[in-house]
Design a protein around this ligand. Structure first.
Ligand code: GLY
Length: 296
């Protein structure tokens, strides 16, 4: 069954992590800002891919999230980033891994999407970004003070999934990866079927959490395989419930082709915001319990 004609939906997240009381407000407001940017695209009839890119660009610009500015530092104290965008209409993918020196890795991924390669990494990704007029910067400009001081092991990715008025689905991710990771390390966020996937015939999913575990489970592929039967939330819960087999946290957001939204997490917190053409107010939550208690 397809979604209702003209219906759109959008869900964004700020990463699998533990949120300190001082950072709660920044996480809520950051997710709502990201949602507003994507919503603006969908409301005027724009496509799901543009909405996902617009939302993720907002998250990349806010230092509270581990993506773009404020990314986690690798073992050399550098910011290396991964990001991806997938178009559920064409199944085209653009992704970057271990990329340095750009402000918005998701927009570099967007520029790769029409090209033959699916994924570019390291120097090759940077050369592509430079040649395609991406916003370059000194890699040190993406480092924020609190990441230098923090021993907390981050692995939180940001992400968004959208369904547009024409029934097109898109999914995207962006991350600074794992704190203290080996140089050149890529987790799940750039790898299709692991950290994300989108297909108009099924839906879309974006995952956050421990990239190695997520990749070993091919978690996005598992969720996509179960969405039709189980619905987004149960499909996510079932797939990520298997993280105990490989270790680490994993959380996800998803929309199915009917426009049903779902999210689930096994990290302490998972900031999520969502909206749709037939809902009144955008919603934002820092954990599932908040949503459940609000819904009585
Ligand atoms: N999920 C982000 C990473 O592990 O790199």
């Amino acid at each position: 069954m397809a979604g209702q004609p003209g219906r759109w939906a959008l869900i964004v997240h700020g990463g699998a992590k533990e949120i300190s009381p001082e950072e709660e407000e920044d996480n809520r407001s950051g997710c709502l800002q990201a949602l507003a940017a994507g919503r603006e695209v969908l409301e005027r009839g724009g496509n799901a891919l543009d909405a996902v890119e617009a939302s993720i660009r907002v998250l990349e610009a806010l230092p509270v999230f581990n993506a773009g500015l404020g990314s986690a530092l690798n073992i050399l104290g550098e910011v290396e980033m991964c990001a991806a965008l997938m178009d559920g209409q064409t199944l085209r993918i653009g992704a970057v891994g271990a990329l340095m020196g750009v402000r918005h890795p998701v927009s570099v991924a967007r520029k790769i999407l029409p090209e033959e390669p699916v994924l570019l990494v390291g120097d090759g990704a940077f050369m592509f970004a430079r040649d395609h007029h991406a916003e370059l910067c000194d890699p040190r400009e993406l480092i924020v003070e609190k990441r230098k001081e923090s021993l907390e092991q981050l692995h939180d990715t940001v992400g968004a999934v959208a369904l547009d008025m024409n029934g097109n689905v898109a999914a995207g991710t962006s991350t600074g990866g794992l704190t203290g990771a080996m140089k050149g390390r890529m987790g799940d966020s750039a790898i299709p079927g692991c950290g994300y996937y989108a297909d108009n015939h099924i839906g879309g999913v974006a995952i956050s959490g421990h990239g190695e575990g997520i990749a070993r489970l091919a978690a996005a592929a598992q969720i996509m395989g179960a969405i039709d039967r189980d619905g987004p939330e149960s499909a996510i819960a079932k797939a990520l419930g298997q993280m105990s087999r490989v270790g680490g946290d994993a959380d996800a957001i998803a929309i199915d082709r009917q426009g049903r939204l779902g999210w689930w997490h096994n990290s302490e917190h998972f900031a999520v915001a969502m909206t749709a053409s037939d809902t009144d107010e955008p919603k934002v939550w820092l954990k599932k319990e908040e949503e459940l208690s609000a819904n009585g």
